[in-house]
Design a protein around this ligand. Structure first.
Ligand code: DC
Length: 225
């Protein structure tokens, strides 16, 4: 069967990665979480006190970062490795979420990440989720999805997930973080988050994960038949 590139863009905590992972498993495709790359770069910058307001400092720091997705059979998906270290758990922490959108808005950072993402798509058969995948990374992708959901529903879903690791976290903190990231991601100068003209919107406010997957699979089959 024909293998295609599927892009999934949308706001924070809309379930993009969940859908991308499920689609990849169903279709035997590779799932790539592009946000993990921006998160790993953010971790490096914070750890090494990189002054990200200085373009030259950013450029020289990026030269020292090597990113790799390594398949984790226990999970059935890949973990993010930075300079040989598995950083998958660390990059999901709140401190990273608080800084990642500002760092992902930097021109040098985007050039660095996008060049690697485009190479990953060469073999086709991939599902990549992010903010600019259908608009900038793979503007010619065969199927583009744009996910959205009610903010209250997104906050609840994210809160439940973060609570397990950090019981002290408040709904307010989660809501502020989602709103701040959506604002920066949508309003940045370089490849801001917006729906590609040919993307299909999936609003999953009232959809179960099964319903959402079914809907997306139907769209995939229409493309590859
Ligand atoms: O998908 P995520 O929430 O893990 O992404 C973290 C941040 O990275 C997000 O707030 C914006 C940035 N990002 C981006 O700018 N472009 C992408 N393709 C993916 C993520």
């Amino acid at each position: 069967m024909k293998k295609i590139i599927i892009t999934i863009d949308g706001y924070s905590s809309c379930g993009k990665s969940t859908l991308a992972r499920q689609l990849a498993a169903e279709l035997n495709y590779t799932f790539i979480d592009s946000g993990a790359m921006y998160r790993a770069i953010t971790l490096y910058f914070l750890r090494n006190h990189v002054n990200w307001n200085n373009a030259a400092t950013v450029a020289s720091a990026l030269k020292k970062i090597s990113l790799e997705f390594v398949f984790n059979p226990a999970k059935g998906s890949s973990d993010m490795y930075m300079n040989g270290e598995n950083v998958e758990v660390m990059i999901r922490e709140m401190l990273i979420s608080e800084n990642v959108s500002a760092i992902a808005a930097i021109a040098e950072v985007r050039t660095f990440a996008v060049a690697q993402q485009q190479k990953m798509g060469v073999a086709s058969g991939i599902v990549m989720d992010g903010r600019d995948i259908g608009t900038t990374v793979f503007p010619h992708a065969a199927l583009k999805l744009f996910m959205t959901a009610d903010i209250a529903v997104r906050v609840q879903r994210r809160y439940k997930e973060l609570m397990l690791k950090n019981p002290g976290i408040t709904i307010e903190e989660v809501k502020n973080n989602l709103e701040m990231r959506d604002y920066i991601d949508t309003n940045r100068e370089i490849s801001p988050l917006h729906k590609a003209d040919d993307a299909i919107v999936i609003d999953n406010t009232d959809l179960t994960m099964e319903q959402q997957l079914k809907k997306a699979l139907k769209l995939v089959h229409e493309k590859i038949k």
